[in-house]
Design a protein around this ligand. Sequence first.
Ligand code: UTP
Length: 227
Amino acid sequence: MRAVVSVGGSVLVPTVEANRVSAYAETLRELVAAGHELGVVVGGGPVAREYIGAARELGADEISLDRLGIEVTRLNARLLVEALGDVAVSHPIEAVEDAREVFRRGDVPVLGGTAPGHTTDAVAAGVAEHADADLLVYATSVNGVFDADPRVDDDAAKFDRLSPAELVETVSELELAAGSNSPVDLLAAKLLQRSGLRAVVVDGADPDRVAAAVDGDHGGTDIVPGS
Ligand code: UTP
C-alpha cells in the first residue's frame, strides 16, 4: 500500500539521539522491503518550541516564528534522511507537489514543514491527498484521539473510531480548551474530511506500532471516511 507516516518531533527527537532515529529508520526500511510505498513527514518537537519561544521573546512576528519552526522540522527530517540511507531522498523535500514526484519515481519522500501558517500534521494530510495514498498514519505522543488531553485529564476517553466529520468536531473542541493539545490539528482534520483519506492516530513512541498500523493492527484511533 502507499502510506504517509507523520512522525511528531516529540516522538522522533524528544532529545536528539541517534538510537531512536535509527530504530525508526529500521522500521520504515522494513516496511519498504515488505513492498509498501512510504512517505514520511517529520515534526519539530521540543527543539522547535524552544527556538520559537526564544524568538517570540525577541519580538519576532508569527510568520518569522513559523519559518523558524519549519527550519527545525527540516533539520529533524534531515536526521531521518541520514538514517534511512538509500531507500530515501538525499535531502528533505520542501513542497507537497515534489513529494508526489518522488513517490512516482519509487523513492521515499521525507519532508519537514512546507509553508508558514500550519503544522506538519497538515503537510502530511496534503502529501497523502496529493499522492493519493491509501493510508495516513499519525505517530504522536498519545495513543489516539481522546475527548480531552490524556496527559492532563485522567478521565479522558479514547475514541476507537471516528468519521472525518467527528474528528473535525472533536479537534475544534480540543483546540478551544485552554492548555489542551490535539494530536491532529484542525486544518489536517479538514483536509482528511475533504479528501476521504483513511487515517490512524497511534502512539509513535514505539516504531513497531507504526508498522502494525500500516498492517492494519493498532490500538489507536481509526479515522474512517463514510462511517
Ligand atoms: P510541528 O508540525 O512540529 O508543530 O511544527 P506542532 O504541532 O506545534 O508540534 P508537535 O507536533 O506538538 O511536536 C513546528 C512549528 O513549525 C511551524 C509552525 O510554527 C509549527 O508550530 N510550521 C511547521 C509551519 O509554519 N509550517 C509547516 O508546514 C510546518
